[in-house]
Design a protein around this ligand. Sequence first.
Ligand code: GLC
Length: 579
Amino acid sequence: MKTRTIVFFAAFLVFSTIFTATVPLLGAQSRTPDRLQWFREAKFGLFIHWGVYSMIGREEWARQILQIPLKEYQYYADNFNPVEFDPDAWAALAKDAGVKYIIITSKHHDGFSIFDSAYTDYDVMKAKYGKDILGPLAASCRKAAIPLGFYYSIMDWHHPDYLPRRGWETGRSVKGADFGRYMDFATNQLKELVTKYDPAVLWFDGEWEHSNEEQRAFANGKMLLGMKPALLINDRLFKREPGYGDFGTPENYVPATGVRNPDGTERLWEACYTMNWNGWGYNRYETEFHSSSQLIRQLIEIVSKGGNLLLNVGPQPDGRIQADFVARLKRMGEWLKTNGEAIYGTTASVFERLPFFGRCTVKGMKLYVHVMGWPADGRIRLPGLKTDVKKAYLLTGPGRPLTFKRAGKDVIITLPGGERDPDATVIVIELQGPPEVEPNKIGPEKDGRVELPVYLADIQSEMGQRAYLDHFYRTTMLANWQNVNDYPEWVFTTGKAGAFEILASYASMWGGQAGYEVEVDGQKIAARTESSPSVYFPKTFSVGKVALGAGEHKLRVRITSITNNHAMNLEKIVLVPAK
Ligand code: GLC
C-alpha cells in the first residue's frame, strides 16, 4: 500500500513537471505565484504612448486616420527629435503621482521603434534625434525603483513582410511579402528588448489580424519566459483569450464585477485607461479630460474589484508631458500620499455591494471603506459583516476612534462631521479576525416595494465607458451617461407575485430628448425622459406597469436614443406594488 502510494506520488510528480513544462502560460494560477506578487500589489501603473505619430498630434492611429502613405510618413520617422525628453523627469512625475510601474510603447502599430534596434533602420537611431530612448528611460526607472515594461504591437504598418496591408494603401506591393519572415523579425526584436533593457513586463497588442499559431504566441511566450522567468506577459499575446497570459487587459472600462478565469477562479487584471476621451497618443485637438476626482474614484473602484489601473499619457513630440496630464497625476499622487495604505497591496472588497456610494478594499484584518457620497444621516452601514469590529477611525486621524454598533447582521459606523476628502474619505475598520461577510441580496421592503438605487447596481459597460457614479449635493446618481453600451443592472427578489408600477427617479433638463427602456426579465417598457428642474435634483416619474412572479428578477435601464449628448442622471428605479 505504502509503496503504491509512493509510486503514484512519484508518477504524479514526473507527470506534473512534464505538464507544467510543456503547457506554459495557461493562466496565472498554474504558474509560480511569486512572480506576480509585485504586480498584484502595485495597483497603479503609468502607460506611455509615444512615437513619431506624436508629431502629427492626432493620436497613435494618425497614419490610418489620415491615410498617410508610407513615403509621406517617412518625414516624421526622419525628423523625430524630442530634444526635451528627460527620463529622470518622467520617473519623478511617476513617483509624484504614486505610480508603481510604467509601460511604454517600444513599437506601436506604425512600426517605428523608439529604441536602438539592430534589426531595423526604422528606429530612433536613424531619426534626427539619433539617440536611444528606452535605455536612458530604463536607467532612470531603475534609479527610481519603478519597474518598466514595454508595449509591443504585433501589427506593423511599415514592415514589408507584414501582411495584410491597410485597405486604403496603394503602391506598396505585397509581392514577395512573407508573414513568417516578419515574425522572425518581431521575435528578434522581442529578444533584443529583453536582453538589452531587462523589462518587467511585455505588454502585447495589435494581435487581431492573425491566429495564435501564425503569431507564434505559445512559442514566443515560452521563449521569453526561458530568457527571463520573472517576466510578466499580458493576455494580448494570446488574442485576449480568457485564462491566457498573466493578466487580462480590459480597455477603457471597468468590468462590473471584476475579471475571472473560465473556471471561475480569480484572475489578475489591469484596466488601461486614457485620461482624455479620444486616443492614446498625443492629440493636440483634445479638450475633454476625466477630472482628477473621477480618476481617483476610478482607481479606487478598480482596486476594490481586484484590478490595477494603467493610466495613460501621450507625451508631446518634443518629450514634454502636457499640463492637463501632469495636473491630474499630481492630484492623484496627493490623494495617494495620504490614502495609499488603502490602495497598495490591498485585495478586492469583501462586500458584493455597499448600500451607499462607496468602495471597500481589504488588507488582512483591516477594511478600508472609501466614502465618496457622504450619507445625509452621517452613517454608513456595512451589510452582513459577521466579523466583529475592534475599532474604526479615519485613515487621516488614527488617534480619534469613530463610534460603531452592531445592528442585526450589519455594522453601522458614525462618520465624523466636517473632515471629508472631496474625492474619497477613507475609514479604516480594524476587525477582530479575518473578514467574513454574508452576501447581501436586494429584496422587498415591508410594504412590498423594491428600491433599486444606482449604487446597488452593476454598471455594465464595454470599451468606451462614459457613465460613472457621482454625488450631487445629497444624491448619488449615474452621471455622464451618454454611451448606449453603458447601463445599470440589478438582481433582486420580490416578496409575492403581482403587478408593480415602475418609477424612475432622475434629473434631466432636456425633456423628451432621450429615449430609454426599462427591461425586467426581458420585458421591455419604452419611455422618454421628462424634464426635472435641474441636473442636480432628481424627480420621480412613472414609467409603466409590469407583472412579476415571486422570486429573483433582473432589471436593466438602457438608453435607446440620445440627442443631447446626455441622457439623464439616474438616481434609482422603484417598483411599487400596484393597487
Ligand atoms: C488599442 C489601440 C492601440 C492602443 C491600445 C491600448 O489596441 O489600437 O492604439 O495602444 O488599444 O490598449
